[in-house]
Ligand binder design. Structure first.
Ligand code: AMP
Ligand code: MG
Length: 411
């Protein structure tokens, strides 16, 4: 009798991967403007308050609120303060013409927006038809950031927002982890490159394009070794080349247990391998291991993705992406799941955890792509994301399901 190994749950497989992920330790310092997509290597503090001084949020007149309590004051305009210039202390009973971003002069405690004032050239006085509250239209010193506070934490992936925030406190450069070096190759005698004619039995290598795009979005340095024929020798040679100088090797195809699947024995000969059967659809076989590196004490990590294009896309998003983030030193946050209404029936659920390609319709419900086969790439372009459907769970139209938008997984 053969005992079948129980399948790993999606969560278990992910936990194994994240436990194994040893982050890169080398860092470099980059000009803030060039750090997009990189991972911050140290907490960043602000040395200053932002805004650094009280300033006006509006074009108008800076006043003492007490001078305007009647709601109809006529005050002489004593000075003009554009942004970037420092005014004189405001004399009681006068107003200062002031422009957005300019410092509030000493003594003033409110700004009247110009729409609520009438300036008279002849008298040089402004009539104010409004009784302001103290503090009105004033941006307070430190209301965004206080000096000494941590504005960005180590492990943060730097997007446009983070770079703007760093710049707002004057940080001209940022420490980041070095880029992860990832080697890829694609197994299959049937694989042909776009641009070449398609011989009988051949298909175009789409995984090469999907995978490279995904790795680029994650800011990896990619070494692409191209198509590798289905032979043990070719696969081993490709593995040795891929391990040299790289942190991680990712392959597609050849991880089933058929006679033409050479990845398993090849990785076992060049390092170590765990073949995982994961309770996931699309997906299921995922190979995780390591390949020895000549002259280096530590091996390169290895992940073998299934060949079917949708399987390799989905397993990349769910497993490889968080693994890569962890290797890059980034804090890994699980993708957000949104409860949404299914506007479809799913009557024959699999006993594995399914990830169904769906799209948001104009009634704010979810439509299902009609063909959920693991080879149908159209579903990944048509869809807005995936429904995480628990093992064995049938869905009736109107049920609430867990929706993960692609935007949660593709940045
Ligand atoms: P395999 O995992 O090698 O058994 O491949 C499973 C299926 O995916 C087969 O139909 C392959 O032709 C297809 N496939 C494998 N690699 C690729 C690739 N790089 N691009 C597109 N389809 C592929
Ligand atoms: Mg194959």
């Amino acid at each position: 009798m053969t005992t079948k190994k129980p399948m790993l749950s999606v969560q278990e497989a992910l936990e194994f991967l994240l436990e194994a992920a040893a982050p890169v330790s080398e860092t470099e310092t980059l000009p803030t403007a060039e750090a997009t997509g990189r991972v911050l290597a140290a907490d960043q503090q602000s040395q200053l308050d932002v805004p650094p001084m009280d300033n006006t949020q509006m074009d108008g007149y800076a006043v003492r609120a007490a001078d305007c309590v009647s709601g109809a004051a006529a005050l002489p305009v004593s000075q003009r303060i554009p942004a970037g210039h420092v005014g004189q202390p405001l004399q009681p009973g006068t107003a200062a013409r002031i422009f957005t971003g300019a410092l509030i002069p000493e003594g003033a405690d409110a700004v009247i927006m110009q729409e609520q004032c009438a300036f008279d050239e002849a008298s040089g006085k402004v009539t104010i038809n409004h009784a302001p509250k103290p503090g009105e239209w004033i941006r307070r010193r430190g209301e965004d950031i206080l000096a000494g506070s941590t504005i960005l934490q180590r492990g943060t992936r730097l997007r446009a927002q983070e770079l703007g925030l760093a710049a707002s406190v004057g940080l001209a450069s940022l420490p980041v982890y070095r880029r992860l070096k990832v080697a890829v190759f694609f197994t299959g005698d049937e694989l042909t490159m776009p641009g070449e004619p398609l011989k009988p039995g051949a298909i175009y290598n789409s995984n090469r394009f999907t995978l490279r795009g995904l790795l680029q979005q994650l800011g990896c340095e990619i070494v692409d070794l191209g198509n590798v024929p289905d032979s043990r020798e070719a696969t081993q040679a490709a593995l040795r080349a891929a391990a040299n100088g790289n942190d991680l090797i990712i392959t597609s195809g050849g991880v089933s247990v058929g006679e033409e699947d050479h990845v398993k024995p090849a990785v076992e000969a060049e390092g170590r391998l765990n073949m995982w059967q994961i309770a996931i659809k699309p997906g299921k076989p995922l190979a995780f291991g390591e390949v020895r590196r000549e002259g280096l004490p530590s091996p390169a990590f290895f992940i073998g993705l299934p060949g079917n294009p949708v399987s390799s896309f989905v397993t990349f998003l769910l497993f490889v992406r968080p693994f890569i983030l962890a290797l890059q030193g980034a804090s890994v946050v699980p993708p957000k799941r949104y409860p949404m209404r299914a506007d479809f029936d799913w009557t024959k659920p699999d006993r594995r955890n399914e990830f169904l390609r769906v799209r948001i319709n104009d009634k704010n419900g979810l439509d299902l792509f009609p063909n959920q086969s693991s080879g149908v790439l159209t579903s990944t372009v048509w869809g807005d994301g995936i429904v995480d459907n628990p093992p064995g769970q049938a869905i009736k139209a109107g049920d609430t399901v867990h929706f993960i938008p692609f935007s949660e997984l593709l940045y």
